[in-house]
Design a protein around this ligand. Structure first.
Ligand code: GLN
Length: 491
């Protein structure tokens, strides 16, 4: 084998493990002894891991299943029995979940090996992975830049080669935006398609578990392993999951919406260029471009930051210093126990969200803010449904900018919130979205586009991603993952 194991796709690793050519331990160590030994110190993608636990998991993994022997990193808001689950918050310091999240259990049943927990913005609130109590993750393409967020750790780990697949969560773009910033694929499925059981709740009506990978086919395989009804999640979709096994079937006959009005202003030229090259690649592969006007962005950011903070303020009420994690040692009575534990435990962005959400839900303001936001949400859902009457999926930016610098937006919440302008609509509408890497700028930063589909439209998104992967003149690096030649930070 000339190709090092850590560069292989999940598909290639699992085929070799099933055939008995390599073991799950070898597949996992290839990442830790190779790229992680070079990169992890600088990138800081992983917050909880342990060599013994990793080896125990790899030795216990069955050498069969869709993901046999595939090492996977999961975001620190997904419960795992073998590592702490802290949402990168001081308030959950030392918390060990007594059970695996359903998606984690399904990964293990499919033969995958959980190698640890990925860094994230505290409670998944953020777009840069700078709001982690363990310190930021850096973008492996340029260490002075952010990897995006909130699932920046899992995205960066897939990009630098620690693991071929990782799981994150996407409430307003936290899988698709970091995937775009790190040059990997990132899928947010239809709401309810992947179980939320064991995913620590942020905005329950928006949250979805999402998948990172370096190959479109690996996203499809992981989706197939995880998707399906779960009796432990009351919002799980009962209808059978869409069949994505034809992810390589091409796009002949598929129509893609081209709402160029959306990126007429304020989108980086490199991303406009990526959109055009992707549209050309889709046309060359037999897809049809449908120019359209589409304006769901107008109220989406405002509606999202009301709905998400309202739900968060209610979900985070359970962290009170009594049942989980941190308990203030200065408390003198029950009330001061709550106040002090929460003040010491939550970071500034989480406190800001709790205050915003509590305000929006308070009597007297409820109708003006929360109810109004719910009305806007209904309109956004309708606009999405209408757009999909004339196309099979939409082609959009994933984020309006290239990866920004560490520290650039950390003190400007509004600028940070605008990173999500193209992603949050799909969370409000409950529809799927996929970030697709389309090469690098001359300065060596990844560029990406986003595909949005109707509910249960994952199949068309994956077919289109694959068509861009093979027909684009620009997908070279993510597909072949030639880190040595291309990564400026490489030592
Ligand atoms: N950046 C958005 C926020 O801060 C989205 C977060 C997410 O998807 N978890 O809320």
């Amino acid at each position: 084998m000339s190709r090092p194991l850590w560069k292989e796709s999940a598909a290639a690793i699992s085929a070799r493990v099933r055939a008995g050519e390599i073991t799950a331990v070898e597949a996992m160590d290839a990442g830790w002894d190779g790229p992680a030994s070079l990169w992890e110190h600088d990138v800081h993608a992983v917050v909880h891991t342990d060599r013994e636990a990793r080896h125990a998991a790899a030795e216990a993994a069955p050498a069969r299943g869709l993901l046999a022997g595939v090492p996977v990193l999961v975001k620190d808001n997904l419960c795992t029995v073998d590592y702490p689950t802290t949402c990168c918050s001081r308030i959950l310091a030392g918390y060990h979940a007594p059970y695996d999240a359903t998606v984690v259990r399904r990964l293990r049943e499919a033969g995958a090996v959980i190698v640890g927990k990925g860094n994230m913005d505290e409670f998944a609130m953020g777009s840069s992975t700078e709001f982690s109590c363990y310190g930021p993750t850096r973008n492996p393409w340029d260490l002075s830049r952010v990897p995006g967020g909130s699932s920046g750790g899992p995205a960066a780990a897939v990009a630098y080669g620690l693991v071929p697949v990782a799981l994150g969560s996407d409430t307003g773009g936290s899988v698709r935006q970091p995937a775009a910033f790190c040059g990997v694929y990132g899928l947010k499925p239809t709401y309810g398609r992947l179980s939320r059981y064991g995913l620590v709740a942020f905005g329950s009506s928006l949250d979805q578990v999402g998948i990172f990978a370096r190959h479109a086919g690996d996203v499809a395989t992981t989706f197939a392993a995880l998707a399906g009804w779960d009796e432990y999640d009351a919002t799980s979709r009962p209808a059978p999951a869409p069949d994505v096994s034809n992810w390589d079937a091409g796009v002949t006959g598929l129509r893609f919406g081209w709402p160029a009005n959306l990126w007429a202003n304020g989108v980086d030229g490199a991303i406009v260029d990526a959109l055009e090259r992707s549209a050309n690649a889709l046309e060359r592969a037999g897809g049809t471009r449908v120019p359209m006007e589409f304006l769901p962005g107008e109220y989406a950011v405002a509606a999202y930051y009301l709905v998400a903070t309202a739900e968060a303020s209610s979900n985070l009420a359970r962290f009170d210093g009594v049942r989980y994690g941190l308990r203030s040692s200065d408390a003198t009575d029950v009330r001061s126990l709550y106040v002090r534990s929460r003040s010491e435990g939550f970071g500034p962005e989480v406190r800001r969200r709790i205050l915003l959400g509590t305000y929006a839900l308070s009597s007297g303001y409820y109708d003006a803010y929360y109810l109004q936001a719910q009305r806007a949400r209904t309109r956004i859902r309708r606009e999405y449904a209408r757009a999909f009457e004339s196309c099979d999926f939409l082609l959009l930016p994933a984020a309006p900018t290239l990866p920004f610098r560490v520290g650039e937006k950390v003190d400007d919440p509004l600028a940070m919130y605008l990173s999500d302008v193209f992603t949050i609509g799909a969370n409000l509408a409950g529809t799927p979205g996929l970030s697709v890497p389309v090469g690098v700028t001359p300065e060596g930063l990844p560029t990406a586009v986003q595909l949005l589909g109707p509910q249960d439209g994952e199949g068309a998104l994956l077919r289109a991603a694959r068509a861009i992967e093979v027909n684009g003149d620009v997908a070279r690096l993510p597909r072949e993952h030639e880190v040595e030649a291309s990564w400026p930070g490489k030592r």
